[in-house]
Design a binder for this molecule. Structure first.
Ligand code: ZN
Length: 134
């Protein structure tokens, strides 16, 4: 059994984390897959997806603080669009996740949530979800 669905997220600022855990979980539940895997893919070059703590809002803030230290805007960048810091963060964080599905649910740790990461917003972005299994 396999299901592919896409949904949109509206990001609010240049750097924005949006918790998409419930949206992905609903797709898994409606897929009919009980045991399998879920792939979450972000088809953008200045946005990413990650799993991290979903309880303390200081965690996304602190991770963004760290990413801005790792990849600040630099005058040495050549890319004419002027958003190479965002492209770099996207490569560091990555475009996809693979999550185990069991009992018709995402197998996430107690404190884990799925976060869409915007680095060049505000924008309307896509999230693609493939659920495979039986
Ligand atoms: Zn660019």
């Amino acid at each position: 059994m396999t299901t592919l669905l896409e949904f949109s997220v509206q990001t609010g600022g240049q750097t924005d984390w949006i918790n998409i855990t419930n949206h992905v979980q609903k797709i898994v539940a409606s897929s009919g897959v009980s045991e399998g895997i879920c792939v979450v893919f972000i088809p953008h070059t200045t946005a990413a997806v990650t799993i991290n703590e979903n309880a303390d809002p200081d965690v996304p803030r602190d991770v963004n603080f760290a990413l801005n230290i790792i990849s600040p805007d630099r005058r040495e960048f050549h890319h004419s669009e002027g958003n190479s810091a965002a492209h770099t963060k996207t490569s560091l964080v990555g475009p996809s996740l693979t999550i185990i599905v069991t009992g018709g649910r995402l197998l996430l740790g107690t404190w884990q949530g799925i976060w869409f990461n915007e680095y060049d917003g505000p924008r309307t972005r896509k999230v693609q979800v493939r659920v495979m299994g039986e």
